[in-house]
Design a protein around this ligand. Sequence first.
Ligand code: UDP
Ligand code: MG
Length: 328
Amino acid sequence: MSRPYISVVIPVHNEQEVLEELYTRLTSALDKLNKPYEIILTNDGSTDNSASMLRELHARRPHQIRIIDFNGNFGQHMAIMAGFEKVRGDIIITMDADLQNPPEEIGKLVAAMEAGHDVVNTYRQDRQDAWWRLKVSKWHNQLREKMMPKLKMKDEGCMLRAYSRQIVDLMASTGESTTFIPALALTYAANPTEVGVAHAERSAGTSSYNFYKLIRYNFDLVTGFSVFPLQVFTMIGLAISLCSFGFVVFLFLRRLIHGPEVEGVFTLFAILFFLIGIVLFGLGIVGEYIGRIYQEVRKRPRFVIKEIIERPQDEPIMQIAYEANAKN
Ligand code: UDP
Ligand code: MG
């Protein structure tokens, strides 16, 4: 089997409704490019029929479709990482299974890679998602730009992206278990670019992300690539300490001038509760970092692979031709 030039890596979590269409559209888009390719699909602990459907897709094109079957649900980014550890191609494309990123756009990304870029990011033109997701995304993109000015991306949520093999090998070697792949790639990229791609509504099934999961996911991005939240707290802490000192002096002088007094005690409570709120929030942020440090130092495997369904890279082409004939 000739070595693939393009590797497409796709995480799959409960996507039984879309896999057939994904197969048809993706293979026909890739066939048109006329370059050797492979598709790596990671089953991230699906509880529907995705696992058996993926097996069946492998059987259809055993020399092009490789399946990594996880032992449980380790998250979208770990599913992609597992694919990164196994890629055989030179240009690696990541995309979602749900066809929100049209596979027909892959040619555009490959062309940008061939023009000499090592990372091709994308932004969704005319994004088709729930209104609240568009709003949250917009705020978050603005906040991220302020916190992480080095990460230049118009749209962090679009997973249709292309990376050179060198960048992918670097990402796979980090061993990080809470990460955000597009941001990680940008920290290593020497010559990144961005292209606009079409965006569609989910073709079937439902999104795996609810509001809570999106918040958790964004904490991974922020804490993984910036200490800005901790710095903000240092500055807020400093400002509040200065103000409180002034307040103590003021109260002390009042005590001397007016003698003991109790009026204004509720105002004091209000101020106190407000400060306690800030302290708890700050503790939470510190906790987010500590939790992640704890996760990394335990050095537990970041995902567990139950089975890999693939053909060896060096399998002689004769063998594949023979099996195809035997089937016909
Ligand atoms: N996904 C995954 N593991 C998860 C959640 C999602 O592998 O725990 C996959 C999912 O199958 C899809 C991609 O990640 O291919 C993006 O998920 P989804 O479409 O649910 O997210 P959204 O597009 O709504 O952000
Ligand atoms: Mg989606």
